[in-house]
Ligand binder design. Sequence first.
Ligand SMILES: NC(=O)c1ccc[n+]([C@@H]2O[C@H](COP(=O)([O-])OP(=O)(O)OC[C@H]3O[C@@H](n4cnc5c(N)ncnc54)[C@H](O)[C@@H]3O)[C@@H](O)[C@H]2O)c1
Length: 352
Amino acid sequence: MVTHIKSLKYTINTGDTVLKELTIFLKKNKYSNYFILCDENTLQHCLPLVITNCTPLVNAHIIEIESGETNKTIEIVINCWHTLLENNADKNALLINLGGGVISDLGGFTASTYKRGIDFINIPTTLLAMADASVGGKTGFDFGGLKNSIGTITQPKAVFIYPAFLNTLSQRHINNGLAEVFKIALINNKVFWDYLKTNTKNYLQLITKSVALKNKVVLKDPTDKGVRKALNFGHTIGHAIESLYLNTKNELLHGEAIVIGMILESHIALQKKLVTKTEFVEIITVLYSNFELKKHLSFTSNQLLQLIKNDKKNSNSKLKFALVNKIGGCKVDAEVTLDQIQKAITYFKTNY
Ligand SMILES: NC(=O)c1ccc[n+]([C@@H]2O[C@H](COP(=O)([O-])OP(=O)(O)OC[C@H]3O[C@@H](n4cnc5c(N)ncnc54)[C@H](O)[C@@H]3O)[C@@H](O)[C@H]2O)c1
């Protein structure tokens, strides 16, 4: 069975027969050329299934990049542009992003800028990409030591979510994806949050619910100027922590950084009296019991504050955060002081 969710001029298709729908989509759209972007893991675990079940792709050009956040760079984008050019990709070519959030962010950016924009579709293969990154149209790469500092908002032409790809994903990467599932529940839907307290194994259900909730927010604010900023809860501090660990041996995954970001930002919400002490305790209890925080995290307040000041979400040199304001709700553009961030860091360091 396949679920169809309508987004901005495209459909998000989820289910175990979704590769058939992909074939129908390709036959209908008559692209000149197909390019499939993958990394070594999705090349091994996912590409054979896609090609076997989707005959139009038998002769697709494969663009393989090295896996991991450290490859979400302009250099890799340039390599992809070269490959497209060398293989005569014209305006009517299609780029298929087969992978996790790194692939969909990079591939989306490559496609949205190549020849002023060619079509792309996302076939997410990690829980994080299925539940979150493949939807909403944010594309980009890390630059100047900052996460996602360059990018576009360009919608894919379709998303095909095939949950069976999760069978080869490690438990660490499953948890990485669950972080974004908990986030969308916490800022948007108390019923889903309560459900997650005891149910985190039915991935198809979690993906469908998360995508539906995210999509509703995106539809209200496609360009990220208003309510969509709520999706950034946990990300201002989370991105700063993730940036600090980029290119270090102590690898920290996106979702792992976001969980820490959610804990610290919930503490700021408590300081600002946006949530009660009871709500704060519930939030951190649920997060601590579902996520094993990476040990030996060492960052100084100064390092974090420096990166936070550079965050895209700040405007007019004021620090602006999206902060949870009840379980299932969020306030955007909440002004935050350096002192409040400092207190949250101190709290975190003495309590984990
Ligand atoms: N655009 C958005 O809206 C959005 C939202 C959230 C996160 N993101 C971005 O997503 C990225 C993180 O995504 P991610 O966690 O999916 O990372 P990822 O793409 O690096 O994938 C994680 C790892 O899993 C491997 N992998 C992928 N699919 C697999 C499979 N089916 N079986 C086995 N291994 C597999 C990959 O090769 C990689 O090593 C970050 O860069 C983050 O900024 C973007």
